[in-house]
Every structure is written in structure tokens, then in C-alpha cells.
Design a protein. Structure first.
Length: 727
């Protein structure tokens, strides 16, 4: 009896308070004061009533007001709302927004589920003309309550598309937001209010969603304009003035990111990495979330020691974003990424006078680990009698990675090692470089093309001559072109004529086959970008009008899609020629490697496959051809890359990096996230970070990779090594 009197008295007091203090308020919040929505609506100084208990909020709210019950315990705990709350809301004619509730009278749902490849989709027109049905939303790491409801405003579903669900909604969808007319309540089956911390995207869509919800609840003009600074954002706005030394800053931050990234392996972390991978591979068939998830882990604790390069570096960050805004680490140690990371560190470590010895030291340790301490070029690869002699394994993780030899990955590793050796002024990796070039040459065919991938068991069964004597043809610059660049470089250093002959022949055939016979990987633009380097170096070796015309043709077609911001728009070719096509149905979303766009015209650029290599290629073309076309395009691209470098105080492990995707119209990180392994928000230590940093490094020094490595003495051991490869 005493408790009932206390409850009644409390309600009476809160009622009096509401009449005096809250008479002009229409929105009452039940949440923690750190809740994203609560912070954003109060960002301009206005104070909104906030309570820790739903009943207190309902008691304080005047009749007709709105109460928002937000999910502080998400995703581990649903919100417990007592039946008395709903009675009070009915009695006072309150409007309710409740998210992730444990129960609502009259409704029944299953235990929470977690999204795998599903995304949010607008399912009604309540958000106005700027956010129509079928618009796609990113609700990262979404935990939701499965329920059936009529006419939901938002649903969760596996859909393909860049902005729009281009194939409509599948049969299986679940509401994320719907209206319960009995209780005058909007029910969110997930936590919609965590849009800042969990990095929901795109920005404009979430501003529209919350403006619409709050207007419905509180009336027009009841709320301020919603604005917030994303926790992870581009360094500069599209038209914001940038400092004169922006490129130097981008290089410095890009190189220092390697230390901040927490991807450099420390000896104390070896067992944990091994255990994660063993568990992942043992259960990979259970991973419906994607074929790469089993090779990733959440970010380790902040007190975990950072390595010095002597145990390598992890591949990068996957595109998976958790509810706290963090991302999963890819646990593979790839040979190409190790070398390319060393290059990025070497450019950063030698940019100042005196040089930053710590960054340079990490670069040296990474390359020593790759070539001498790891299995990458050791074991059978160090045996002159073995057909794999001189090749470098795809990765240093387990048999699945150690058995594979990709010519493209070997080539980028070689180019990065050449640059690092020149920057660090050492010849310690000269023999490994030349061994690897010769090993790839003898496993390429007579015409200069190589199989995209050769596995160790096949090489052991067939022998190297089997590949050398074939007339292989592969019009796929993604896999072939950088090896041709390596052959041209080796020709310049050794004078060995087959290096030039095989490279020039393959380039000639490829240019004659363009574009109709080209086999594209993630898009036709990346194939064009890859051709810039070997075409530039072909001019270095033998300048001719024909070679210059090839380079100009490739640059013209690539740059035809360069935006005024400097961004290079992605483009796909004929679908029949693509090996990694956009999904052609909702069912295909998340199944394979894919481009970032769904169809040509989507305003997205790719820092994993195109812009990074275009940056390198344009640096080389500008120096080789000495023409304004290449120099000006390179400058615009450099400014764009300076602008979109990641800025984040909350996530220092991302500060200074570049994501794979960027939407240059929205000016934010957005794309189709269909790629099963390397999605829109992935970061690659090598392919992306290494080459963008290198591009800035070369521009800062006003030098090309060809000129930087001109004095290399790697060819001096040619006469000693050649008989071991071609006895």
C-alpha cells in the first residue's frame, strides 16, 4: 500500500513539473545522455527533457506530447517497457517511438537476429520526395526483432543495388520501423538512434529519416535542423580550400597510419591470430555472412603492443562495421601487402630531413621478413632445382595462401621493393627481386602472357617449361600488365632482349584487342588504369609515335570519366567479358567479388582497383611523355585523394587511411557493398594505402618510380642467376 502511494505521489509531482517546466516541449526522451539522437537534437544548445525510465518520461510528458524510448542496452539487451507505460500513454494521448523493445502488448516476435548481407530499405513514402521507396540504407551490424507488420516504413532485406533496390524487394523481408495504430506508436525493431556511432549511411538519408520521424512525433517546427559531424569523414569538403602542403600532409598521415592501424604484428599476438584463423577455417562452411569473414577478427584491445615489422603486417580492415563503429581486421599476411606497406612507410620515413628512422626501420623489417624470414620465397622457392624457384607465395598464412602464385601480386610486390630499396639506399633485396622476375618470365608463355594464377601442385606436376612453351593469351591487364612493367624495368637493368620482346609483344596484342576482347575484373576502368604504367615504361625503353599513341588512347578513355573534383568514375564493360560483375539478382548480392557500382553512371570511384593505380600511372605518364594532359589529370586526382583521406578522432586506427569506395556526388564513403571480401569500407594496407602514399611520395619528390629506381644495381647478378632459371 505504501509503495502505491509513493508511486502515485511521484506521478503527481512529475505531472506538476511537466505543467511548469515542460509545457512548451513536445518531445520527451528516455535514454542515456550519450545517445546519438539525443545529442544531435540538442547540438545547438536547446535542452530536451530526458529520463532514465519510460514511466518517468510518460508521467512528465503533457497530454499529446511524444515520448521516445531508446535502446541504451543495444544490441545485447532489448528495452523493457512495463504494461503501465502503455496504459499511461493511452490515458494521456501520447505519441510513442520505441526501439528494440522486449515486448509491446498485442505483438509477438522472435529472438533478435543479426544481418548478414541484408540492408535497410525504405518501404513507404512517409519520408518525402527525397527518400522514396526502394532507397537503400546502411544499418551496420543490424540486430533486429523478426515480426510481421503491415505497411512498414523501413524493412531489412538482402537487395542488390547502389542507391536503389534495382530488383525490388525479395520475398523475405522484416520490418525495421512500423506504426502500431492501437498504441499510436512507431516501433523500431532495431536501434535506429545509433546512426552516428555505428556510422549509418548515407548521411543525408538518415537526416531525412530522423527529421521525418521527429516531425511526425513533435509537429512541424518542433525540432532544429539535424546536423552532426561523422566520426569517420573525409579530410576536406568538396570545395573547401586546402593548404599548399596538403599532399605532404597526406603522405605523412598515410605513412604514419601504418603504426596507428594496429595491423603490424607483434610477437605476442601470433598465437591469437593463429587461433582465430584455425577456428575460422574449421567453421567456414557455417559462415553465410561471406566467404572472407572467417579470416577476420574484431579490433583487439587498445593496449595490445604494436609490432615493428619483423613479423609482418596484416592485410587490412574488412568492410564490416560493428555497432561501435569499429571494423574487423583481415588476418591474412599477404606478400604483396607486406612489400607495398614497406614502400608506403619508406616514402613517409624519408620525406623529412632528417628522415623518420622509425618508419624506415619498419619498412626494412617488413621486407627482411618477407624475403628472408618468412616462407614466402623460402622452402622449395629457394631451391634452384624446383620449378617454383624464385617465385613468392601469395600469402604467409597457411597452405591455401602459400601454394598460390599470382603474377600480378608478384609484380606489385616487386615494384614496391624496387622503390623501397631506392629510398632506403640498399641493395639487400636486389637478388630476391631479380629471382622473382626471372621466375615469372619462365612461367609465362612465348607471347608474354602468363596464367593469372599457378598453384604449386600444378607447377610441380607440369614443370616450368610447360608454361614457358605455351602460347598463352590473356587480355586482362589487371593480371598481366604490371609484370610487363617489371620485364621492361629488368630489360633496362640487364639488356636481356627477351624481357623487352615478350613485354612489347603482349602489350601490342592487348592494345589491338582493346576494348572488345578485354576481360575485365571489377570494371573496365581498372583495366585502363593498369595499362598506364607499362605503356609509360615502354616509352622509357623505346620511345615511338606508336607507343605514345597507345598511352594517349588509354589515358583519354580513362580520363573521359574524370569528374571536376578529380575523382575517376568507375565503369563496367560488357557483362559477358566481366569476371566480377555487379550482382544480377538480389540472390547474387554478397556472393562473389564485385564492382562498387551497380550500373554505369553511379557516381563512385574505387581506391582499391582503379584510382590508386591510375595515380601511379599518371605520375609515370607525366614524366615519360612530358605532356600537360597527364600532369594536369594527375594533379586533379592528387587533390581529390588528399580531400577524401579519412579523418577520425574516435577511430585512430582509421585516421589517415583510404577506404575502397567514395561517392563523389554525396562526398562520403558510400557504394554497393556487394563484394564478398573487399567491400566499400575495406582498407587494404598494400593495394590502396601503399600506392596512394607512393603517388604522393613521388609527387612530393618530383620524381617517377622509373627515375627513382634508375640507379638500381639489381641487374648485376643476372649472369649468376640466369643459368639457374634457364639451364
Amino acid at each position: 500500500m505504501l509503495q502505491k502511494w509513493r508511486t502515485a505521489l511521484s506521478a503527481f509531482v512529475l505531472g506538476l513539473i511537466s505543467i511548469s517546466a515542460y509545457a512548451d516541449k513536445t518531445l520527451f526522451f528516455c535514454c542515456n545522455e550519450t545517445n546519438d539522437l539525443y545529442r544531435v537534437v540538442g547540438a545547438k544548445g536547446e535542452t530536451w527533457p530526458r529520463f532514465d525510465d519510460p514511466m518517468d518520461a510518460a508521467d512528465a510528458a503533457p497530454p499529446g506530447a511524444a515520448v521516445l524510448v531508446l535502446a541504451d542496452g543495444y544490441p545485447n539487451e532489448t528495452v523493457k517497457i512495463e504494461p503501465e507505460f502503455w496504459e499511461k500513454a493511452h490515458e494521456k494521448n501520447l505519441k510513442i517511438f520505441a526501439e528494440y523493445p522486449a515486448s509491446v502488448p498485442g505483438w509477438k516476435w522472435d529472438a533478435p537476429r543479426t544481418t548478414k548481407w541484408e540492408r535497410g530499405v525504405v518501404a513507404s513514402d512517409i519520408f518525402g520526395k527525397t527518400l522514396l521507396p526502394m532507397r537503400i540504407l546502411a544499418i551496420h551490424d543490424c540486430h533486429y526483432l523478426p515480426v510481421q507488420a503491415q505497411n512498414p516504413a523501413l524493412v531489412v532485406a538482402k537487395v542488390a543495388g547502389f542507391d536503389q533496390a534495382v530488383f525490388g524487394l525479395p520475398k523475405e523481408t522484416y520490418p525495421l520501423l512500423f506504426f502500431d495504430s492501437k498504441h499510436r506508436a512507431w516501433i523500431a525493431t532495431t536501434k535506429l538512434s545509433q546512426f552516428v556511432a555505428a556510422r549509418y549511411a548515407p548521411y543525408g538519408a538518415w537526416r531525412t529519416i530522423w527529421s521525418a520521424i521527429l516531425t511526425i512525433l513533435g509537429g512541424a517546427g518542433a525540432i532544429p535542423t539535424l546536423e552532426w559531424i561523422p566520426d569517420v569523414r573525409p579530410t576536406y569538403a568538396r570545395t573547401e580550400p586546402i593548404p599548399a602542403d596538403a599532399e605532404q600532409q597526406a603522405l605523412r598521415r598515410g605513412a604514419e597510419w601504418y603504426v596507428r592501424s594496429r595491423l603490424l604484428v607483434h610477437p605476442s599476438d601470433e598465437k591469437a591470430i593463429k587461433d582465430y584463423l584455425e577456428k575460422g577455417y574449421a567453421t567456414q562452411k557455417e559462415y553465410a555472412a561471406g566467404w572472407m569473414d572467417f579470416e577476420a577478427r574484431p579490433l583487439p584491445p587498445p593496449d595490445q603492443p604494436v609490432g615493428d615489422g619483423s613479423h609482418g603486417i596484416l592485410e587490412g580492415y574488412s568492410s564490416r562495421i560493428f555497432t561501435n563503429g569499429g571494423q574487423a581486421q583481415r588476418l591474412i599476411r599477404r606478400s604483396d601487402c607486406i612489400a607495398e606497406s614497406a614502400m608506403g612507410l619508406a616514402f613517409g620515413g624519408t620525406m623529412d630531413s632528417p628522415p623518420q628512422s622509425d618508419l624506415s626501420s619498419i619498412a626494412k623489417n617488413l621486407l627482411d621478413y618477407l624475403y628472408f624470414d618468412s616462407i614466402a620465397q623460402q622452402g622449395v622457392r629457394a631451391d634452384p632445382k624446383h620449378p617454383a624457384f624464385g617465385l613468392v607465395a601469395w600469402g604467409i598464412t597457411n597452405w591455401a595462401w602459400e601454394r598460390a602464385f599470382y603474377g600480378d601480386d608478384n609484380a606489385r610486390m616487386l615494384l614496391a621493393t624496387m622503390a623501397s630499396a631506392a629510398l632506403l639506399k640498399t641493395d639487400r633485396w636486389d637478388e630476391p627481386i631479380l629471382k622473382c622476375i626471372l621466375a615469372n618470365l619462365r612461367t609465362a608463355g612465348r607471347l608474354g602472357f602468363r596464367h593469372d594464377r599457378i598453384d604449386l601442385p600444378d607447377l610441380e606436376n607440369n614443370g616450368w617449361r610447360h608454361y614457358y612453351e605455351q602460347s598463352t593469351v590473356s587480355y586482362a591487364p589487371h593480371y598481366q600488365s604490371y609484370l610487363w612493367a617489371c620485364y621492361l624495368w629488368a630489360y633496362d637493368k640487364t639488356g636481356y632482349e627477351p624481357f623487352y620482346r615478350m613485354a612489347e609483344n603482349a602489350i601490342r596484342m592487348t592494345m589491338e584487342a582493346y576494348p572488345g576482347q578485354w576481360r575485365w575484373t571489377n570494371g573496365i576502368q581498372q583495366e585502363r588504369a593498369r595499362m598506364l604504367l607499362p605503356l609509360s615504361w615502354l616509352i622509357r625503353v623505346k620511345d615511338s609515335p606508336e607507343h605514345r599513341a597507345w598511352l594517349k588512347k588509354m589515358a583519354d578513355d580513362l580520363l573521359a570519366l574524370q569528374d571536376e573534383s578529380g575523382a575517376i568514375r568507375e565503369e563496367i564493360g560488357e557483362l559477358s567479358q566481366g569476371s566480377c560483375r555487379p550482382p544480377q539478382s538480389n540472390e547474387e548480392y554478397g556472393v562473389n567479388e564485385t564492382p562498387l557500382l551497380q550500373e554505369n553512371g553511379d557516381p563512385v570511384c574505387d581506391m582499391l582497383y582503379t584510382s590508386n593505380f591510375a595515380f601511379l600511372g599518371l605520375v609515370e605518364a607525366a614524366k615519360a611523355a612530358q605532356e600537360p594532359l597527364y600532369r594536369n589529370a594527375c594533379g586533379r586526382l592528387a587533390q581529390f585523394l588528399s580531400r577524401i583521406q579519412i579523418r577520425s578522432e574516435k577511430h585512430p586506427e582509421l585516421e589517415g587511411a583510404w577506404f575502397r569506395a567514395f561517392d563523389f556526388q554525396r562526398w562520403e564513403y558510400w557504394a554497393s557493398n556487394a563484394d564478398a571480401g573487399w567491400g566499400a569500407w575495406s582498407i587494404e594496407t598494400g593495394w590502396t594505402q601503399g600506392w596512394i602514399a607512393a603517388g604522393f611520395g613521388m609527387r612530393t619528390r618530383d620524381v617517377s618510380l622509373w627515375d627513382l629506381t634508375k640507379e638500381s644495381q639489381a641487374g648485376k647478378s643476372f649472369n649468376k642467376l640466369f643459368p639457374l632459371f634457364f639451364p
